[in-house]
Write a protein that binds this ligand. Sequence first.
Ligand code: ATP
Ligand code: MG
Ligand code: MG
Ligand code: MG
Length: 569
Amino acid sequence: MRTSQFLISTLKEDPKEAAVESHRLMLRAGMIRQVASGIYTWLPTGMKVLSKVQNIVREEMDKTGALEIAMPMVQPAELWKESGRYTKYGPELCRFKDRKENEFALGPTHEEVVTDIARREIKSARQLPICLYQMQNKFRDEIRPRFGVMRGREFLMKDAYSFHMDKESLNKTYQDMYDAYSRVFTRMGLEFRPVEADTGSIGGNHSHEFQALAEAGEDTIAWSDGSSYAANIEMAEALAPTYDRAAPGAEYSEVATPGCHTVDEAAKALGIESNQVLKSLIVHGDKKEDGTNELVMLCLCGNQELNEVKAIKIPGIADPLEMATEEEINNFTGAHTGSLGPVGFKGRILVDRTADKMANFACGANKTGFHLINVNWDRDVPKYEVFDLRNVEDGDPSPDGKGTLHLRKGIEVGQVFMLGTKYSEAMKATVKDENGKDIPMIMGCYGIGVTRAIAAVIEQHHDERGIIWPEAIAPFKVAIIAIKPSKSQEVKDVAETLYADLQKAGVEVLYDDRDERPGVMFADIELMGIPHIITIGEKSLKEGMIEYKLRKTGNKENIPVKDALKTIM
Ligand code: ATP
Ligand code: MG
Ligand code: MG
Ligand code: MG
């Protein structure tokens, strides 16, 4: 590509509206332009990066065996009413009517539409498992669109949805997606960390987010360097006020309301022996009618012989995949619906069910500060303890006792969810089992914020001169800068020849033939983040040399003209 034929839309001045580096650099490098709040056009330079990222995502999705489809952005309200989310989703869902007064919504996510496809197209259990994905614009009327495409209102998401007969199959696809996400973000050059996450308005009972580490991130993640523990502190956001009532190291029973405070009590309520295995423990904060928060406790207990899992006193939602009825889910005013509103409870802790010594912690933040709370349950010590770890700093010991806890800001670039049968039950997406009985399909869903991930890459890869693209997603791999070609036929010839050779070799090259002042051309090319820069000027050509610069390190060297191709490839 010649710059004379390309749209170089670089800005010399810093745009005032940009509060983070990625937004500033995407505007300055001419990648994006705002059309309305949270709504952007991708210009040619940006589009080149976007297509590369899309290709990576597509390649990795295809490798898992997922099948690409394209669903509409405009979705009939009927489907959302069937799932129950039409009223629950809140003002982020953009609702409208067509000329015939039919109600519609702009898709913020596609569980309803894809579940409708599945119930029509999948007739037999033999067709399962199946995973469908798309890359498509979503619309969410975010309360605070900001940071450019990092929190847009219209943004590109890759969303995938899987359908299964049994949980083993879901587990496998979940793991395949988790691995594919790790490959996607690695190929994009992101430093990231998968963390346990809240399931928000999507629902489900088990979820991980992929967090790109960056100071500009809106999320805070806590991770231990001595165990696999990592979580988004958003998980227990509004739990925090509740913990005000618990002094550090207090017995859990001091703050627990209903439920059981000792293993013996739990066992008695369940009618099991107290040495039987506690499988799962979920702690909820609940909002009472008077507006105060209350910590409630739910224990799911069972052992290998007990096939069913029972709950003790459920003032909130149980584990949907295991046991909660749709009614329980719908009636719960805490965790799930709370996360849809501007404030409210947003926490959930799922404890590793396979461990017999259980320890886990909830992390929360509220408007006034940052809190970490550890809820520890040990089978050998028949009591719960709450450790109030508020105001912990990076480098405290990890609450699970293993290693050191670290806090980092993160940008959520992807999330994988085990959905269970939330949508398939509500929308009757069933297949027949071997006995001819209709069974709701078990679902998973998996999202990547494609456009946000690009901003995250820039947050991690830039310097004072501009973006430093990882090669795999750079708009061009090489830039050729010709110094005053109008004054030197030799400069022009060498540049043209190199340009032709690079193109022949399949290298994406931007040939700056603008005949501008060198400083102007350098500034643009470096701002745009092109990894390899070759400068052709009369002076060095006299010695048969051209200048080669690696954007990442800033290293410059003169190389013989004939070595140019070899150096870059
Ligand atoms: P957030 O917590 O940042 O609001 P989310 O949890 O609501 O994100 P998901 O429903 O998990 O988002 O959607 C899948 C992915 O889509 C997210 O992991 C994120 O990368 C991306 N995404 C979500 N909202 C936006 C947005 N407003 N702008 C850009 N990307 C977004
Ligand atoms: Mg959101
Ligand atoms: Mg989130
Ligand atoms: Mg999410």
